[in-house]
Write a protein that binds this ligand. Structure first.
Ligand SMILES: [Zn+2]
Length: 287
């Protein structure tokens, strides 16, 4: 493995038997509130465009959607991935929880998967209701689309890995500037709200031999879209990653980059949609 020390510990006699134990899925999701087919159908019906925001390349912009509206993230002009943050529109402390979404649904999300909010709220803040890339599945490298395993490209990691390099168009910085502009928060206050993303259209996985996070050129093409039902009132921010289709590198200006389009629609569900209550745990923590 790269940059790792040689193994030092002796192989136990029962190593093969221990490795052969079958895995158990961490969270049996049979009791997880699923997304009913009727909700998916309702979110696809009666669409009326209410707002649209173009995300310029290597920039981010905010958008707002009311509970029951549909957010469509669309590829335009060329292959491009987007880093998405979501917050409760009236309480920025309730935000997208990439890690728990991954633990519940898997490393990549598609139609029918929910996007969960942070503790202590832990409720569905949004759900994927359409995905034009759902044909992709898992490729021979273990890659798949729309991951919740990456974090977001950020200038601190770039500085760390490039001997002090300063780059200002990382998704982390783009999202920070966008949220500051939307809310009036200072840059440093806005930055505290930036969190691990849903990597829209990004094709990623872990290498089988070394377990390293990899990316490869996204299969997204203009016209592809990911549709997300807002389950609570949302403010979102989307960054058109400086990595473009993320086929070569990010955190630089070398990759071809394209805009992304965010459209917000009313649908058949919008008028009657009732958000889920916040999580029912009593928060006494055994004290
Ligand atoms: Zn990025």
């Amino acid at each position: 493995m790269p940059n790792r020390r040689p193994k030092e510990s002796p192989l136990p006699v029962d190593a093969a038997a221990r490795r052969a134990i079958a895995p158990v899925v961490c969270y049996p999701v049979a009791t997880l509130p699923g997304l009913p087919d009727a909700v998916i159908a309702g979110a696809r019906s009666g669409l009326i465009l209410r707002d649209s925001v173009t995300i310029p390349p290597r920039q981010a912009r905010c958008f707002r959607a009311r509970a029951g509206q549909v957010i469509r993230i669309r590829s335009v002009e060329g292959p491009q991935v987007g880093d998405l943050n979501l917050w409760h529109a009236h309480d920025l402390s309730e935000r997208f929880f990439s890690g728990k979404t991954r633990a519940l649904h898997g490393t990549h999300v598609t139609t029918g998967d929910r996007l969960w909010s942070s503790l202590p709220h832990l409720r569905p803040m949004a759900s994927v209701v359409a995905d034009s890339l759902d044909w992709y599945g898992i490729d021979d490298f273990g890659g798949a689309v729309h991951d919740v395993i990456g974090t977001r490209c950020d200038p601190y990691t770039h500085c760390l890995l490039s001997d002090g390099g300063q780059y200002h168009q990382c998704c982390h910085s783009n999202l920070t500037r966008a949220l500051a502009a939307e809310t009036g928060l200072s840059l440093s206050d806005a930055e505290r709200h930036i969190h691990d993303v849903l990597n829209v259209f990004m094709c990623t996985g872990f290498t089988r031999d070394t377990g390293q996070y990899f990316m490869k050129a996204s299969p997204v093409r203009p016209g592809d879209h990911l549709d997300i039902l807002a389950e609570i009132d949302l403010v979102g921010a989307l960054s058109a990653c400086p990595g473009g289709d993320c086929g070569s590198e990010h955190s630089s200006d070398s990759a071809p980059c394209f805009p992304l389009l965010v459209e917000v629609f009313d649908c058949d569900l919008t008028r009657s949609w009732a958000p889920a209550p916040i999580n029912g745990y009593d928060r006494s923590h055994g004290a």
